[in-house]
Design a protein around this ligand. Structure first.
Ligand code: SF4
Length: 380
């Protein structure tokens, strides 16, 4: 959780739950091993068969774990000796070295590249960089991180702390002027997906109490999930989201468009979509009925690991939102933006500095509902 954030569409973040059991941006370990096998088989690596990636991982993990157990600190509470996406990510360089010894340098490179290209979840990357690292167990770890990203961990009281943060209504945001005139916007669940497990509903109900205290009502809470069907069940169990909660989901391609239908079923006064990272044009495919806000962004990350983002996709969505009277927010052009088929370079590493964009792209609108909520709390 953080009172300030570089995320352009909000002021602050909070995470009553950290960790997640995956989505299209964080494949299961089985899928990741299958992708390594496919890459090595396709490249004709001599001696590689289906299942080689799994046995290689098992060998490397067993050695690693034995060393950890003999160390002074041991493996540390909650760290798992088993197949997980976190462990695959941590051990990618050791797998690379072992594959280079057993097969070829190319096999090693393919392993590392496949793992790095597949792990696109920003929260998981942050966790891997700042949390416990099997490759470097002595490293300092950020306080408040779960032992592994897949370990869904509850942090009671975080929403209560966030509710106490100052009211920003009427305060100018120099760095984010598009938020002026609004209450503090708090992004809920930027470091995991709070709806990963239904057994956490009771905990979430208790955390949500903070939203409805007099302090919590001074803010707008923007709750994002890739599991809007589970969010709907949760919201039904509380008789609807309070007026200061925006229900949101993410769609990255037509494969996940059904999330928009599920979001429409969430009983909320306002709903938003995050189309980031956007991997295909959606303006002609997406049903925006019942949606108030559309955020769009290209993919960030290392150049070798991201998809191209034709700016035309954002322009089409901007125009679609204008036709339908919805707020449109272009967050970033990503690491690899293109126009008319030609890639272009920006100074900002993920194309998030709008002073580098053409005028027509500089659109960062907020839903009308947010302003009407601000009026309500000012006059209350
Ligand atoms: S936190 Fe979000 S992006 Fe990351 S794996 Fe979970 S659902 Fe996917």
């Amino acid at each position: 959780m953080s009172i300030t954030t570089n995320i352009q569409w909000c002021d602050s973040t909070t995470n009553p739950i950290m960790g997640c059991n995956g989505c299209e941006l964080l494949p299961t370990p089985e899928k990741l091993l299958a992708a390594i096998d496919r890459a090595c088989l396709l490249a004709g690596i001599s001696g590689w068969t289906k299942g080689t990636a799994k046995s290689l991982f098992g060998e490397v993990l067993a050695q690693d774990w034995a060393t950890l157990e003999e160390s002074e600190t041991g493996p540390g509470e909650g760290h798992q000796n088993g197949l997980s996406t976190t462990n695959l990510r941590h051990l990618r360089k050791r797998m690379k070295r072992r594959a280079s010894e057993l097969f070829s340098a190319k096999a090693g490179r393919l392993i590392q590249a496949t793992i790095e290209k597949s792990l696109k979840c920003y929260a998981a990357q942050l966790h891997a960089n700042r949390g416990f690292d099997l490759e470097n167990p002595q490293r300092d770890v950020n306080v408040g991180y779960a032992p592994t990203f897949e370990t869904i961990t509850l942090f009671p009281g975080r929403t209560k702390v966030a509710a106490q943060w100052s009211d920003l209504t009427g305060i100018e945001r120099d760095e984010k002027p598009w938020l002026n005139g609004l209450p503090r916007l708090i992004f809920v669940s930027d470091m995991g997906d709070a709806f990963s497990r239904k057994q956490d509903f009771e905990f979430l109900r208790s955390e949500m109490a903070a939203f409805q205290t007099p302090e919590g009502q001074r803010h707008l809470w923007l709750w994002l999930t890739k599991r809007p069907d589970v969010m709907r069940q949760f919201v039904d169990s509380i008789g609807g989201f309070p007026a200061n909660v925006c229900a949101m989901t993410t769609v990255t391609s037509s494969k996940t468009l059904s999330r928009v239908d599920a979001l429409r079923e969430v009983n909320a006064a306002v709903r938003g979509l995050s189309l980031e990272p956007l991997w295909e044009p959606l303006a002609d495919k997406i049903d925006l009925t019942g949606i108030d806000w559309v955020i769009v962004g290209g993919e960030s990350g290392a150049r070798a690991n991201v998809e191209l983002f034709p700016v035309e996709w954002a322009i089409e969505l901007r125009d679609r939102c204008r036709e339908e009277g919805l707020a449109f927010f272009l967050k970033q052009l990503g690491r690899l933006p293109s126009l008319q088929g030609r890639e272009f370079k920006l100074r900002h590493p993920h194309g998030g500095d709008w002073s580098e964009w053409t005028r027509g792209l500089r659109v960062r609108e907020m839903p009308e509902y947010f302003y009407s909520y601000a009026d309500q709390i000012v006059t209350a």
